[in-house]
Design a protein around this ligand. Structure first.
Ligand code: LLP
Length: 451
């Protein structure tokens, strides 16, 4: 998805439809975490920690996150949007990540009981939590209401019925009405992979603006006791580079805001990031400026607060995944397969969306990469590809640590136990110190679920 359908379009450049050709040049600096440095001998450090030493200690596969990078992106989001901006936890969540976002002043967007419980376990005050979800259970609504989340984003008429029952059964602990947003589908198609497009009419998310369903939802919520209708929410998709889609989203939402006298407009998340050489994404700050301009152009009253919930743009470039090369299989006249000790279980994005990644060797970080290979995992299917068309140093060998950058979003969070492969550990590095924030899963962990 990253490489095939996206382009930089902040300045209105023409969309690129072809994936950029794989680069034999050394890995591009902007694909590495902010604090990455390379020693004279080529070894990579992140957060002042030598990555090969770290891998020697903690094993592979390993998600390595640059904590300073995470903090910087969270602070950038808060500076750009103000304190209401929420981190979309689905991109990557553990207690340590929630704390980084909270410490920087962000709220947390959660979509399930599991994400809500993690946010609460991390110490998130309920007034900094927003609950999403297109099929929230009665229990999820009940818990969110009982703890008193800041916003509940209402997605369907069935949910309105469930919400009515919950608020009628018991008041919130603080006795206040539950603030709600209406999730709408604005009828906007973003230029991204169809699996992560969400703003179009044909969608499982939200209420359609065009059909009048969104107006009916607003009327029901405005009339319901125990809730306060404060705003509208839309999310048009993910990994978006062409910001003009947000302009259309905002133009569609502003009349709705006016009609229902709302105080808040949340544009969702979706800002894209660069995954491979040749890609360049708008910054969070420039995204916010663009959105503000689009709101002004659409005539949105300045008193309406405009907010967002970025996920990928906060965490994607903060991390890399380290693997150990187990086999190098050369098929003469066909290709070479470099197999590593992870795969689609720790990064399903190439399989799901055809997403492009790069690979490099942290022992020779800035080496030229003339050797074409397909980096694959250890799972029992041919689709288990991490980098379909990788370029690597020519001396890549069995035993090498191989890294894929830009794996901080939707990697660990979408990891599975396919083939009973335990999920990798996650480590945060900062100021020369490494902290394991999620320990490596073991086979015993998996077996523990069974009688
Ligand atoms: N808000 C809502 C309501 C969302 O559904 C999402 C993402 C976000 C915010 C954050 O979007 P972001 O800023 O991360 O693009 N698994 C896919 C991405 C799915 C996105 C789902 N919703 C991938 O790996 O590309």
């Amino acid at each position: 998805m990253a490489s095939a359908r996206t382009t930089r379009d902040v300045a209105g450049t023409a969309p690129r439809t072809e994936p950029p050709a794989p680069s034999e040049r050394p890995i591009a600096r902007h694909l590495l975490p902010d604090t990455a440095t390379v020693a004279r001998d080529g070894r990579l450090s992140v957060g002042g920690v030598d990555v090969l030493d770290l891998v020697g200690e903690l094993g592979t596969p390993l998600f390595v996150y640059d904590a300073a990078h995470l903090r910087a992106r969270c602070s950038e989001a808060v500076a750009a949007f103000g304190p209401g901006v929420a981190y979309a936890t689905k991109a990557f969540l553990c207690k340590a990540m929630a704390r980084v976002a909270l410490d920087a002043g962000m709220s947390l967007d959660v979509s399930t009981a599991g994400e809500l419980a993690t946010a609460l376990a991390a110490g998130a005050p309920p007034e900094r939590i927003v609950l999403h979800g297109n099929n929230k259970s009665g229990e999820e609504i009940e818990t969110a209401h009982a703890v008193g989340v800041a916003r509940l984003v209402v997605d369907s008429f069935d949910e309105i019925d469930r919400l009515a029952r919950v608020v009628a059964a018991a008041p919130r602990a603080d006795g206040r009405d539950q603030p709600v947003l209406v999730r709408v589908t604005p009828g906007v198609e973003a230029h991204t992979h169809e699996y992560v497009m969400t703003g179009q009419e044909d969608s499982k998310f939200g209420f359609s603006l065009a059909s009048g369903a969104a107006d009916r939802a607003a009327a029901l919520l405005a009339a319901m006791g125990g809730v306060e209708l404060v705003g509208v929410h839309a999310h048009i998709g993910s990994q978006i580079f062409r910001l003009d889609a947000y302009e259309r989203e905002i133009a569609a939402l502003v009349p709705y805001v006016e009609r229902h006298e709302l105080l808040e407009l949340c544009v969702g998340g979706g800002l894209g990031v660069a995954y491979v050489a040749g890609e360049e994404a708008p910054t969070i700050a420039s995204w916010a400026v663009f959105l503000r301009g689009a709101c002004d152009a659409a005539g949105l009253a300045p008193a309406v607060s405009v907010t967002a919930e970025p996920g990928r743009a906060i965490v994607a470039n903060a991390a890399l995944t380290c693997y150990r090369v187990g086999t190098v299989k050369e098929l003469p006249g066909i290709r070479t397969y470099v197999a590593v000790d992870g795969g689609m279980s720790d990064n399903p994005r190439p399989v799901l969306y055809g997403s492009g990644y790069e690979a490099f060797l942290p022992r020779a970080t800035y080496a030229e990469r003339p050797f074409a290979a397909r980096v694959v995992g250890k799972h029992c299917e041919s689709g288990d590809v991490l980098v379909a068309d990788a370029r690597l140093p020519a001396d890549v060998a069995v035993g090498d640590v191989l890294a894929t950058p830009v794996t901080g979003a939707y990697g660990f969070s979408m990891a599975s136990n396919y083939n009973r492969v335990p999920r990798p550990a996650v480590v945060f590095v900062e100021d020369g110190t490494a902290s394991v924030v999620v320990r490596r899963e073991t086979v015993e962990d998996l077996l523990r679920l069974e009688p």
